[in-house]
Design a protein around this ligand. Structure first.
Ligand code: TMP
Length: 197
């Protein structure tokens, strides 16, 4: 079973991922961008305000391809539960904004690039916070962490949510960290119960 955590910058999902790791030590925990040289390429591109946005999409996508073959598919083949902090939806939500001047219908384009070879998540916890709070919490340290940009990213997440409501669990991330953590742990427990039924 593959569970992913998604949300705009500053939604608190990485803190949740760390707590889930303590709560469920038997699961495989992973993230995108990964800690490989592909992921380093992504980090370099994100640190460059003038990076070509299409090139950046394909760096993220290359990192995902390697993540699938090196980590995700082997773990799932072993019957593990995998929890990934960000996954393909991050590309559909973020890069669909960053490449919109280059490609018509960018979200559909990026989904199309992934569709033949990716492995969709079984469930996605979506940490929902408004873009102003997200930008303020994240400290606006990279080019994506601006409220106007995050507002467009959020609209894309909502489109993904509307297209597949059964895959997503929406978690109100504007609440206190304790409440958000409790909701996330409960959501994972429910997903496991549903799987075992
Ligand atoms: P983080 O906030 O989870 O550390 O993610 C790092 C940044 O990378 C964040 O601003 C979102 C961005 N990102 C994308 O734009 N596309 C992607 O596919 C992924 C995985 C991350």
């Amino acid at each position: 079973m593959l569970i992913t955590l998604e949300g705009i910058d500053g939604s608190g999902k990485t803190t949740v991922w760390e707590v889930l790791r303590e709560e469920f030590p038997e699961f495989v925990f992973t993230r995108e961008p990964t800690e490989t040289w592909y992921g380093e390429g992504v980090e370099r591109s994100m640190g460059d305000d003038d990076a070509d946005s299409l090139a950046e999409l394909f760096l993220f996508t290359a990192d995902h391809a390697n993540h699938l073959s090196e980590t995700i598919r082997p773990a799932l083949a072993e019957g593990e539960v995998v929890i990934s902090d960000r996954y393909s939806d991050s590309r559909y939500a973020y890069q669909a904004v960053s490449i919109e001047d280059h490609v018509k219908r960018p979200l559909e384009y990026i989904r199309g690039v992934h569709q033949p070879w990716t492995r969709p998540p079984d469930a996605t916890l979506y940490f929902d916070v408004d873009p102003e709070t997200g930008a303020a919490r994240s400290g606006a340290t990279n080019k994506f962490e601006q409220a106007a940009f995050l507002s467009q990213v959020q609209s894309n997440y909502e489109r993904l949510f509307d297209a597949e409501p059964e895959r997503f669990v929406r978690i109100d991330a504007s609440r206190s960290p304790e409440e958000v953590l409790d909701s996330a742990v409960n959501a994972v427990e429910r997903l496991l119960e549903d799987r075992d039924e």
